[in-house]
Design a protein around this ligand. Structure first.
Ligand code: NDP
Ligand code: GDR
Length: 378
């Protein structure tokens, strides 16, 4: 006779992404049975979760992957029916703000309608009293900011197709909570990064490019708006909070942030410092450059004092920019006891060291005659 499953069951959309991978790890450690939805791709796309993969032929498997897509209602409904989750974390999204200007309709389909499809499938299956729902909302909702710092009550003013789509998702989550008594809530998360951050988001683009440049694999890093200010935290701290939000007596929306902000330029400076490089910034606007002023240690062996290693390329400017974001996490602190544990400096150092190790491996292969291509377009 088979024993009934007493473990809590979670379903994560976007499990192959940065947050999905950390959340899956976190929930497995808590003893959950974790199901994730992955998209079909022509190449393997499970790199971030390969280390927690469990062979389905083994016994006591707690991590399961299902093919699926947020644009596919019947697929989502079938997975929900099979999995019968206690908790759904909707992290799947076309999550790149700049790309949303290129693919606005697709972004709306996945980020806005995808959220509705999931909520409606939960309701259709009669799971609305059993299944708790977390929606990955975003500080991009504040866009053209109406108040500093931003908190749960600050009015929204989205500035991209991504943010507008996420605004629909935010309100449909609130609406299903109020209409059907579902435990459904929004985490309004400010930017959070890690060594697993996608390579085209600005922090990872910086740490990766500077590491490559330090080893002679690239010549120059091209950026857009270096004046942009962000409140950057670490993804590990933020997924913990996603789980906490689903463990309360009543569902509520929370801002998750560090309460500190720095500019993109400052993040470049911090990353360079971790490599032993002191940078001098010169010029303004599209003429701005960063020049190597001093080198310490032996990490930046491919560089010389006077080299220009950062320039501006206007192609990275956005049609509408979000210039400044700074969150007020006091509600999360007071009601849930959550505070971030990792500072932006520590996070930056971790990201640089991770990319430096990869760059050194590439450089070594190159030195020994192996032709390794380093993708640099971002
Ligand atoms: P990532 O871009 O790293 O991950 C996004 C995930 O969504 C990936 O697993 C991706 O799959 C998946 N996905 C994309 N399109 C679809 C689709 N059509 N159907 C199903 N899955 C899809 O994002 P993050 O992990 O950084 O962010 C997680 C969530 O939190 C996102 O919703 C994002 O918008 C939101 N958010 C992120 C913040 C941040 O700073 N990181 C801040 C605030 C909100 P694949 O791997 O195949 O591409
Ligand atoms: P963001 O993150 O748009 O805040 O969205 P991103 O790292 O892409 O940009 C942050 C800021 O840096 C400026 N910037 C550049 N950005 C990129 N990507 N590439 C560049 O070359 C560059 N140069 C300057 C941008 O203009 C911007 O001001 C992230 C995503 O994770 C969203 O899914 C999430 O909702 C928000 O954070 C909170």
């Amino acid at each position: 006779m088979s024993t009934p499953n007493t473990k809590k069951v979670a379903l994560i959309t976007g499990v192959t992404g940065q947050d999905g991978s950390y959340l899956a790890e976190f929930l497995l450690e808590k003893g959950y049975e974790v199901h994730g939805i992955k998209r079909r791709a022509s190449l393997f796309n499970t790199e971030r979760v390969d280390h927690i993969y469990q062979d389905p032929h083994e016994e006591n498997v707690n991590f399961h992957l299902h093919y699926g897509d947020l644009t596919d209602t019947s697929n989502l409904t079938r997975i929900l029916r099979e999995v019968q989750p206690d908790e759904v974390y909707n992290l799947g999204a076309q999550s790149h703000v700049a790309v949303s200007f290129e693919s606005p309709e697709y972004t709306a389909d996945v980020d806005a309608m995808g959220t509705l499809r999931l909520l409606e499938a939960i309701r259709f299956l009669g799971l609305e009293k059993k299944t708790r729902f977390y929606q990955a909302s975003t500080s991009e909702l504040y866009g053209l900011v109406q108040e500093i710092p931003q908190k749960e009550t600050t009015p929204f003013y989205p500035r991209s197709p991504y943010a507008v789509a996420k605004m629909y998702a935010y309100w449909i989550t609130v609406n299903y909570r109020e209409s059907y008594g579902m435990y459904a809530c929004n985490g309004i998360l400010f930017n959070h990064e890690s060594p697993r951050r996608g390579e085209t988001f600005v922090t990872r683009k910086i740490t990766r490019a500077l590491a490559n440049i330090s080893q002679g694999l690239e010549k120059c890093l091209y950026l857009g708006n270096m004046d942009a200010l962000r409140d950057w935290g670490h993804a590990k701290d933020y997924v913990r909070m996603q789980w906490m939000m689903l463990q309360q007596d009543t569902a509520e929306d929370f801002v998750i942030a560090t309460g500190k902000q720095i500019s993109v330029r400052e993040f470049v400076r911090l990353s360079a410092k971790e490599l032993g490089i002191t940078l001098r910034f010169e010029g303004e606007g599209v003429e701005e450059v960063a020049i190597v002023e001093a080198i310490e240690g032996d990490n930046a062996k491919a560089l010389n004092v006077g080299d220009t290693i950062v320039r501006v390329d206007p192609k990275y400017f956005r049609p509408a920019e979000v210039e400044t974001l700074l969150g007020d996490p006091s509600n999360a602190k007071n009601k849930l006891g959550w505070t971030p544990e990792i500072t932006v400096e520590e996070m930056c150092a971790e990201m640089v060291q991770n990319d430096l190790q990869k760059a050194k491996q590439h450089a070594l292969l190159k030195e020994h005659g192996f032709d390794v291509a380093v993708a640099i377009e971002s």
